[in-house]
Write a protein that binds this ligand. Structure first.
Ligand code: AMP
Length: 172
């Protein structure tokens, strides 16, 4: 997937000093690159039963609806706090400083539905693990995760080791 890596722009010191930000807007505007990501995610999960694709706000939304269309499923957004208008479930998780929280509509997932979770980057794995807990709170079953980028050196995979994971581009 080196061709995909060449489409990702690395921006030092964004959004704060010391962070190397992986900017995927350069990949998204490339038709072959965008198709490659969606085909790879859908190809990986086509042979496994998936009932719904969940995208994580915000950059998970770039891919999740396209993957849902490719798999013939619906799409459900996991959102940041106070964005969803109807009854919600939430999951809170620890950050380096403080906590964060993600939310989903309580009626978005039915018990037993198999859920594919899509995001752009697997970094420390906190967001991914929280998403799995949220799906399971609604009695969904996590079919697996799909990430464009995995930052191997942060070890996020360990937090979701019980699940199937596909990541297309790795940084060591
Ligand atoms: P984490 O919970 O640490 O796995 O962080 C995952 C979320 O943070 C993803 O939704 C990414 O959008 C974002 N993220 C973390 N690190 C980076 C990075 N270096 N470049 C771009 N996005 C990042």
């Amino acid at each position: 997937m080196d061709d995909l890596k060449s489409l990702i722009r690395e921006v030092p010191d964004f959004p704060k000093p010391g962070i190397l930000f992986y900017d995927i807007t350069t990949l998204l505007k490339n038709p072959a690159g965008l198709r490659r990501v969606v085909d790879a995610f859908a190809g990986h999960y086509r042979t496994q039963p998936v009932d719904l694709v969940v995208g994580i706000e915000a950059r998970g939304y770039f891919f999740a609806p396209a993957v849902a269309l490719a798999l013939g499923t619906g799409f459900v957004p996991v959102r940041k706090p106070k964005k969803l208008p109807h009854e919600i479930e939430f999951w809170e998780y620890d950050l380096e400083y403080g906590t964060d929280r993600i939310e989903i509509h309580r009626d978005a997932i039915e018990p037993g539905q198999r859920i594919l979770i899509v995001d752009d980057v697997l970094a420390t794995g906190g967001t991914a693990a929280a998403s799995a807990r949220l799906v399971e709170k609604l009695q969904g079953k996590v079919a697996g995760f799909a990430f464009l980028i995995e930052l191997d050196f942060l070890g996020g995979r360990k937090k979701i080791a019980d699940y199937d994971i596909t990541s297309l581009v790795h940084y060591q």
